[in-house]
Design a protein. Structure first.
Length: 243
C-alpha cells in the first residue's frame, strides 16, 4: 500500500469536530428516517408480496448499513483527528484496508438498491401489463440477492493487488484508490458514473479538501432524503403515517 496516506491524520484544512458534528446529525436523521419508513412498510401487511415493497425494503436496509457501518468511522476519526483502529502502522493499514472494502461494498449495494427501485417503478409505469405478468416477489428477491453478491465482488480488485486503499484525510474513512493503476481506473469507471467524475478531474485538478468533505456530507444526506421521498410518493405508506 505504497500510495496510502501512512500518517492517518485528518487534513489541516478540515475542521474535524464540525464535520463530526454534521455527520452525527446526518447519522441520527438517517437512522430515524430509514427505521421509521421500514417499520411503516413492515406494518403495511398487504404490500409485503409486492415487488416494489421488496425493492423499497432493500433500499432502506442498505441505507441503514451506511448509517451503522460507514458513518461511525467517519465520526470517530473526525472527532479525534486521526485513524484510531490499530496501534502500529501495519495494524492501521490492515484495518484501513478492511474499512475501505466494507465502505465500497456497502456503497455499491446502496447504489444498486436505488437503481433497482428506480427501474422497478419505471417499468411499472411504462410497461405495466408486462410488469404485472413477469415481475413477481420471488424474482425481486433473486435480483436483490444477486445485487448483494455483486457489490462485494466488484470491490475485490484491491484485495489481490489491482489498486490500493488509502486513508482519506478529507472525511476520515478509508477508500480504494487507483493512482498509477490504469486497469483499476477503467474497472471503477465501468461501475458508476460517480467514479467517472473522480477519475477525470481528480488526477489533473487538485481539489480542496473542503470540497471532498462537503461531497461526503451530501452523500450521507441521501440516506435521509430518499426514505422521506418514498414516504411522500408512496400513497399506502403516506396515509399509514398520517393515520
Amino acid at each position: 500500500m505504497e500510495d496510502q496516506n501512512n500518517n492517518f491524520t485528518l487534513g489541516a484544512d478540515i475542521n474535524g469536530p464540525l464535520l463530526a458534528a454534521v455527520i452525527s446529525i446526518e447519522m441520527i436523521g438517517g437512522l430515524i428516517a430509514n427505521s421509521f419508513v421500514l417499520i411503516l412498510t413492515i406494518c403495511h401487511i398487504k404490500t409485503w408480496k409486492q415487488p416494489s415493497t421488496i425493492f423499497l425494503t432493500n433500499m432502506l436496509i442498505s441505507n441503514l448499513l451506511i448509517v451503522l457501518f460507514v458513518m461511525p468511522f467517519a465520526i470517530l476519526t473526525c472527532s479525534s483527528g486521526q485513524w484510531l483502529l490499530g496501534k502500529t502502522v501495519s495494524e492501521k493499514e490492515a484495518t484501513c484496508k478492511a474499512n475501505a472494502y466494507t465502505n465500497m461494498s456497502i456503497y455499491i449495494i446502496a447504489t444498486l438498491s436505488l437503481v433497482l427501485l428506480s427501474f422497478d417503478r419505471y417499468f411499472f409505469i411504462v410497461k405495466s401489463f408486462a410488469y404485472q405478468k413477469h415481475m413477481t416477489s420471488n424474482k425481486a428477491v433473486i435480483i436483490i440477492i444477486i445485487s448483494w453478491i455483486l457489490g462485494p465482488a466488484l470491490c475485490t480488485p484491491p484485495l489481490y493487488g489491482l489498486g490500493t486503499t488509502e486513508f482519506s484525510n478529507s472525511f476520515g474513512i478509508c477508500i480504494p484508490t487507483f493512482n498509477k493503476e490504469p486497469g483499476l481506473a477503467i474497472y471503477i469507471l465501468a461501475m458508476t458514473l460517480t467514479f467517472i467524475a473522480v477519475a477525470l478531474i481528480g488526477p489533473f485538478l487538485p481539489l480542496p479538501q473542503q470540497l471532498y468533505a462537503a461531497t461526503c456530507v451530501l452523500i450521507f444526506m441521501i440516506t435521509i432524503l430518499i426514505p422521506l421521498a418514498q414516504v411522500y410518493f408512496r400513497c399506502e405508506i403516506f396515509f399509514l403515517w398520517l393515520f
